[in-house]
Design a protein around this ligand. Structure first.
Ligand code: NAP
Length: 600
């Protein structure tokens, strides 16, 4: 006979395949929203947290459950809000005119949802006024049966939600389905027969909604990478705490299967929590961004991992070894820190995507522990999405995941960058007024945004300049490299924020043939993604990375502050090309000056 575990494993595997199929169809344009959407869906750990916070498992479990509810609801509310905020920005040229005539949000739908939630909560509270038999029927028979179907429907809605991300046209509708799926799963769980009090659930949810809501609505688009990392850390902490609570409640008297799942949950949850916190701090500049390395670091980390794995195996055999369990959790926290310390800030996006995938695995492990299928499905979807995105980023950078995780990239390249810098020639600088003269005779311009545009928050300046050029009959296109900036799809989100229609954004493969015809390639804060060394110089660390072929344009104007290298730490040969002119300064200021010069 098929056991629950086997069914769970089948579900995990099939959800992974389905996730791969659906997520690999999400265009690079929507990769950043994809990250925050899977992040929100991974907030399904809320389901397990609600039970722990609301059941009568003892004070420690209630406290841990309360923290877990707070963390998970921060993710759900914040994740869905920021995804929607991003998706609202993606418009085609036609949509922008049509939008003025259309109502933006559907308030009736939101109202219906609120009414649904409130009536269900009232129903729960009205249990007290009902007879014992009626309560038994509602809670233990009807609600338990209904919950299974709620979960099945929620899983289907999550998959449809991710499917919607395969086109900007359907993305918001898809996300609405996913939000509805989450609401059903959460409301359904409130009927769980073990939940006896709602006090801590409500307080946790309100705090989570306020924190998540503020983050989702207020965080600038340039800070999306660190928000995503922070959010992963909260989701992972929730999973870890639920695991600890379950272990404590049963005093370690657990079957081998449950102990294995619980062990994975706390270890992966613990290391993802501290690793993601570290990643967020590096991206926010709270910690030094350069890789911190020491002799024998990889050996030490691998030994620590071996100790954790050994403890887990021992605990499966002797689950009651409580001290070892808590020691293992502590070591997992330390391992998360040590794993991220040797990785430079600029590699954090790959790390975030990988940690996203780990967070999914922690959720799925929680699902196996509680034998909750919805958590197995969403954990598997989240795991697949994070893994796929990290592979895509590595491929676009022409690097392996091993090199990203253990290569201390920024450090190595600084030295190589020094060597490369020796191969210099003359650099021509240009004033905004001279650039304006060049634009006077241009017919086609390709704008190449990069990380510097994000730093300078110059996306609105770019948009204004492009509008002015288009008014003068100049053809303007945007060239988007898959790893320009610091997140997959980072440039698309920023340009969408500045109201640039997404049909003007051309991915690398499509735009490259246009460069030889372009009169001007205007590079705004991009560096590595334009470096011809990736094509010509076998000794360059960038060699083999596909680039935007800016050097083939008739003339090139680069907006950056200095000749300093970008993320890869290598000198850019492009700046010594006779066709290339440097407009030095902060990108936003340079664009303002250029705009003024063009106007006058
Ligand atoms: P980049 O190579 O990092 O270069 C950015 C440039 O922006 C710098 O050279 C800097 O030069 C300039 N800059 C910084 N602040 C500026 C400001 N306020 N105004 C004007 N310029 C400013 O950026 P990129 O060309 O976008 O390439 C992205 C890099 O990140 C690639 O190497 C990629 O592999 C890596 N990466 C990306 C992802 C992803 O998913 N997108 C993931 C991992 C790694 P100055 O200091 O001289 O101004």
């Amino acid at each position: 006979m098929t056991t629950e575990l086997e069914i769970g494993l089948y579900i995990f595997m099939l959800a992974g395949f389905l996730g791969y199929h659906v997520i690999s169809r999400v265009p690079p344009l929507l990769h950043t929203p994809l990250m925050s959407a899977t992040n929100a869906i991974a907030g399904i750990s809320l389901v397990g947290s609600l039970i722990v916070a609301g059941a009568d498992y003892g004070p420690l479990s209630t406290v841990l459950g309360f923290i877990a509810v707070t963390c998970s609801s921060t993710n759900v509310v914040g994740g869905f809000l920021i995804t929607d905020r991003m998706l609202r920005m993606f418009k085609k040229k036609d949509d922008q005119t049509a939008q003025r005539r259309r109502i933006q949000i559907d308030p009736k739908m939101l109202l219906a949802l609120a009414v649904l939630v409130i009536s269900l909560l009232v129903l729960i509270y009205s249990y007290g006024g009902l007879s014992k038999d009626a309560v038994h029927f509602l809670r233990d028979v009807l609600a338990t049966q209904a919950l299974k179907y709620f979960y099945i429907l929620s899983a289907a809605l999550f998959i449809l939600g991710l499917k919607g991300l395969s086109s900007p046209k359907y993305a918001r509708k898809g996300m609405f389905l996913a939000e509805f799926g989450m609401l059903m799963a959460v409301v359904g769980t409130l009927f769980h027969h073990e939940i006896v009090t709602f006090q801590w659930i409500i307080i946790g949810f309100v705090i989570g909604a306020i924190v998540g809501g503020t983050m989702g609505l207020r965080i600038p688009m340039t800070a999306v990478p660190q928000r995503t990392a922070l959010s992963h850390s909260l989701g992972a902490l929730a999973a870890c705490l639920v695991g600890i609570s379950e272990y404590f409640r049963h005093h370690g008297e657990l079957s081998k299967v449950v102990m294995t799942a619980l062990g994975f949950e706390v270890v992966i949850g613990g290391l993802t929590f501290t690793g993601s916190l570290m990643a967020a701090a590096k991206l926010q500049g709270l910690l030094p961004g350069h890789p911190i390395t020491y002799k024998g670091q990889n050996v030490f980390n691998l030994s620590l991992l071996a100790v954790i794995a050994g403890s887990l195996i021992y605990l499966v055999v002797v689950p009651t070894a409580g001290t070892l369990f808590y020691l293992m959790v502590g070591l997992a926290f330390v391992f998360g820190l040590l794993l991220v310390i040797p990785i430079g800030a600029a590699d954090m996006p790959v790390v975030i995507a990988l940690l996203n995938s780990y967070g999914g695995l922690a959720d799925a492990s929680m699902g196996f522990m509680l034998m909750n299928k919805i958590q197995i499905i969403t954990g598997s979807l989240d795991g697949t999405s994070g893994f796929l995105l990290s592979l895509l980023m590595c491929r676009a950078m022409n690097r392996s995941a091993i090199n990203v995780l253990f290569g201390a990239f920024g450090k190595i390249k600084k030295e190589e960058g020094g060597l490369a810098a020796e191969a210099k020639g003359n650099v021509r600088s240009i004033a905004p007024e001279e650039v304006a003269v060049l634009f006077d005779s241009a017919r086609s311009v390709i704008i190449v945004p990069g990380y510097g545009m994000a730093v300078a928050q110059a996306q609105h300046g770019v948009s204004e300049l492009a509008k002015l050029l288009m008014k003068r009959g100049i053809d303007v296109k945007y060239a988007i490299h898959p790893v320009a900036g610091r997140m997959p799809g980072h440039m698309n989100v920023l340009l969408a924020e500045a109201n640039i229609p997404y049909d003007q954004l051309y991915p690398m493969e499509q735009i490259n043939p246009y460069f030889p015809e372009a009169d001007i390639a205007l590079v705004v804060g991009a560096n590595d993604v334009t470096n011809p060394a990736a094509r010509n110089n076998k000794n360059s660390p960038l060699y083999g990375m596909p680039i935007l072929e800016v050097d083939r344009a008739k003339s090139i104007i680069v907006l950056k502050r200095s000749l300093r290298p970008g993320f890869a730490g290598v000198d850019n040969e492009l700046y010594y090309d006779p066709k290339c002119m440097m407009l030095f300064g902060d990108a936003k200021e340079s664009l303002n000056r250029l705009f003024a010069a063009l106007k006058s």
